[in-house]
Design a protein around this ligand. Sequence first.
Ligand SMILES: Nc1ncnc2c1ncn2[C@@H]1O[C@H](COP(=O)(O)OP(=O)(O)OP(=O)(O)O)[C@@H](O)[C@H]1O
Length: 352
Amino acid sequence: MITFDAVTKRYPDGTVAVDRLSLEAPTGEITVLVGPSGCGKTTSLRMINRMIDASEGRILLDGEPVQGIDPPTLRRGIGYVIQQAGLFPHRKIVDNIATVPYLLGWDKKKARVRAMELLERVGLDPALAGRYPFQLSGGQQQRVGVARALAADPPVLLMDEPFSAVDPIVRTSLQDELLRLQAELNKTIVFVTHDIDEAIKLGDRVAVLRVGGTLAQVADPKTLLSEPADDFVREFLGHDRGIRRLQFVSTEGLRLRTDLTVEEGAERGTSESWQLVVDAEGRPLGWASGARPGELEPYGTFVPGRDSMRSALDAALLSPSGCAVAVDEQGKVVGVATREALDQALAEAADG
Ligand SMILES: Nc1ncnc2c1ncn2[C@@H]1O[C@H](COP(=O)(O)OP(=O)(O)OP(=O)(O)O)[C@@H](O)[C@H]1O
């Protein structure tokens, strides 16, 4: 666990970048530092591996003050990933990833085997190993940056806006990849971002900092969205806080109707109400209404229990029927959540 104990950083020109910060980043979890530009996120992160030294207070790594550990020893156990990956331009990808193992004096062959293993682990084609960084896309370079930080299997990973230089689609896939990796690796990760959506998606805990380097609130994402500590946090979370909260509301108990589906080719009747047409395997084909015979209208799906109420609501909004189609992991229909059922679940979520 990483502990900030009343840590202050005052730069030589008098700027107080971090002001009596007390915070814990528990072992095996992702702690996100988020806040507006200049609130001291990077400074806080760099004090952990002593790229910057604290002016006052202590930072403890599993109870031991980092100030007492010499920086090379300290950094051996701490991977560091930065924006735009920061790869060495004249080294091949495989050698970039093996940087730390080489520094640690690993046998060259062993280091390269490890690098190849990591290349695959972060979702990259092993054929990229012999290329140079400029021959990779921004997203690929960022993955290499993550692989490089993981090379010596450090228990701690510091990530400073690692995904902010790539486009939103690549960014989403990098975030998903990080969560997948973390589920396997259980590193202690401190992640800096200015993007609250990224913080909420990735963080087990989210620390919101304000300019002047003080802590506004630290909480799990769900609590942050439902109980912002003050106006600053509320404003920082943005206006669609209510909708985003729904991503933490389960669809487990959502009432589903099974009498609204009809197999393709079966008699549909002329009723004006909506019926969901499914194929012989039970997969959805579209919504049909007696008012528009022969036409199939779009639908949206969610997997009950796995997907959140936000997904269920989104699925309902995608369809003119206003109902969300519940499917299993194989995409077969298990039922339909009507507006009434969704309303009831939303009312319960608002109460709870
Ligand atoms: N070497 C330095 N000397 C003086 N002031 C500095 C120095 N480095 C950073 N600062 C100041 O400290 C404050 C915090 O900077 P820091 O880079 O930690 O913020 P940040 O939250 O990471 O910002 P951003 O999101 O813009 O990267 C800012 O006011 C910055 O101008």
